[in-house]
Design a protein around this ligand. Structure first.
Ligand SMILES: O=C(O)CCC(=O)C(=O)O
Ligand SMILES: [Fe+2]
Length: 181
């Protein structure tokens, strides 16, 4: 990347660490739980394609999948606390997450965009793919997803980001948009 940061930034477990500006990254979720959700998401067939204004090509709201939703619910309080501690403003409300899937091919990545959120928290469910880095070119940061890792950053034009195309395997990310109420 631009200022020579390593492509893989592996930070300490159990907390989000500041990487740059208000960009946070860390392994805060159990990799085993992440893998269970990834397995359920892999076998789920009802992904939507080309959902209008949503920049993600293939995704589904986890409310469509009772098994995934109940696993997410076991983490909901922790997610809420993490958001409040990290953002340090309240009240902030997480929306029902969606799971984005990226496969090799024409829609294997996600173009540069800014989120329409107060904050975005992304829970990476797996890491057994090549490509798929989350890139923040203006910050010179590129993050390689692994099971259980999470990134959190403000929505809006100061935090444009893109997902590099997946070359092999399948990338699964649970995206939690956080609104300011
Ligand atoms: O999947 C990723 O790594 C990024 C997803 C994203 O930026 C979005 O859904 O807005
Ligand atoms: Fe985004």
């Amino acid at each position: 990347m631009r200022n020579g940061r390593p492509a893989n930034i592996e930070m300490g477990a159990d907390m989000l660490n500041r990487v740059a500006a208000e960009l946070y990254w860390g392994r805060i979720f159990d990799p085993g739980l992440s893998a269970r959700i990834a397995d359920l998401a892999t076998s789920f067939s009802d992904y939507e394609r080309d959902r209008g204004a949503n920049p993600v090509g293939e995704d589904f709201r986890i409310s469509e999948h009772p098994g995934i939703f109940s696993l997410y619910r076991t983490q909901e309080d922790f997610i809420r606390e993490t958001i409040l501690e990290t953002a340090n403003t309240r009240p902030l409300t997480p929306q029902t997450p969606y799971i984005a899937r990226y496969l090799p091919g024409p829609r294997g990545g996600l173009d540069m965009h800014a989120d329409n959120s107060a904050w975005t928290l992304i829970w990476y469910l797996n890491g057994n793919f090549s490509g798929g880095e989350l890139m923040f070119p203006t910050l010179g940061v590129s993050l390689k997803p692994r099971a259980g890792m999470a990134v959190m950053f403000p929505g809006g034009v100061l935090y444009p980001h893109a997902s590099a195309p997946v070359a092999k395997g399948c990338k699964l990310a649970m995206v939690i948009m956080v609104d300011r109420k």
